[in-house]
Design a protein around this ligand. Sequence first.
Ligand code: GAP
Length: 508
Amino acid sequence: MNQDDFFKKLTGHAKEYGFVFPSSEIYDGLSAVYDYGQNGVELKNNIRNYWWKAMVQHHENIVGIDAAIFMHPTTWKASGHVDAFNDPLVDNKDSKKRYRADVLVEEHVSKLEDKIAKEVEKARKRFGESFNEQQFVTTNARVLEISQQIEDAKRRLYGSMESGDMAAIKQLIEDLGIVCPISGTRNWTDVRQFNLMFSTQMGSTAEGASEIYLRPETAQGIFVNYLNVQKTGRMKIPFGIAQTGKAFRNEIVARQFIFRMREFEQMEMQFFVRPGEELEWFEYWKQQRLRWHLSLGIPASKYRFHDHEKLAHYANAAADIEFEFPFGFKELEGIHSRTDFDLGAHQKYSGKKIQYFDPELNQSYVPYVVETSIGLDRMFLAMLSNAYTEEKLEDGSERVVLKLPPVLAPVKAAILPLVAKDGLPEKAREIMEALKYDFYCQYEEKDSIGKRYRRHDAIGTPLCITVDHQTLEDNTVTLRDRDTMLQERIDIAALGSLIGQKLKPLRV
Ligand code: GAP
């Protein structure tokens, strides 16, 4: 199955089984906004809880907060978002379609890269066994020419982005001969900077109202509460503040389902450290965060680090944890060493002293910050795409199964009376009562047992508990494993500890 087909199947499955719906779908949806259905909300809550436990409850020196989405407008001036949280946009005058200018150039570059890949494949076929790819790409005239074009385009794009030279980006689009995919013309407007923050009015009357923003990241809610938490929690450096919550960005190129949304949720942690110790902590958090991902049992080959070479002006180190999505390796989480930029800026704009008195050093300073920031929806997509499996079974039939990490699965166990009579439903309900306070279980008696197994495979339920006539005699049930489909007969009294065992994270 190619990646496009896989992605179509995945989004279809997500909708059919109550994971993700387009927002306000009865009105044809709202671009890049999605709703989570009955199973989606469970998966999302489980991811959030798994993160919160690992980051807050398992660290004595990290506490959580829940700051408001609306913040004083000066927050966004101090953070740099008012002046610099921009995308360069360009319109095609014929199709009236709007594009991100940098994305147009990047897509052009990736077409050039495809051309090189094709040249390599052609040569591989021609030379057979003796083909030396490294030698070919460093000596073939055609490949060298395309590589040079790629280099030039990237250098000009990133240089112009850095200096904010929009005219140079327009010139680059023209020089590269980029056409609008809809109209096929090169009739472009000038490139303009477009701020990604959504704004609204706060106040009861239009005249007295002031413009405020919907937060584009949760991090600033942590920075402005630094003093409150440090003082009331008597926190000693190094310590962290964590938060999960909604963020909003007016993304122009919003695509790939829930990968890039206009309303999304972040899980962020700011770790406050002594100046000079931040790079050690940066390395520590890179490794810690990767271990968190691996503890879910996903193969390590699905993850890789991408260290940033070009750093934002306030950062002295930055790396992404990338995940192999159906459309390739892409950013899942960012780890940033943000120096004292944010606290320093809030100190300046608010006029309040935002410092820490370090009793060991006997001095005050503005703490440095190492941030870990992961998109909850993006993690959801990573887990869903990794879990989606189509299997051909020995009897020739097929099944779709979500091989989700059990701890994240929406439903932990399905409780299924073999038939809806002979006292089996009553016995099954007894088991449900005993388990439901510890694990989210679902009771189902409709349809054949085979159909019920398939339904639970499709939503990723790790265990199915089947109550049959033997259960009434000896208090045993069959326990079916989602992935192996093996069934074993076990005592009802052992169910709780067996389910609990299944949900334990890996120690990595
Ligand atoms: N406080 C730092 C910060 O916000 P970011 O790299 O802009 O950094 C962090 O965002 C994470 O938030 C990303 O790694 C990604 O997982 C998620 N994210 C960012 N924009 C998103 C969007 N439009 N839709 C879904 N997730 C997004």
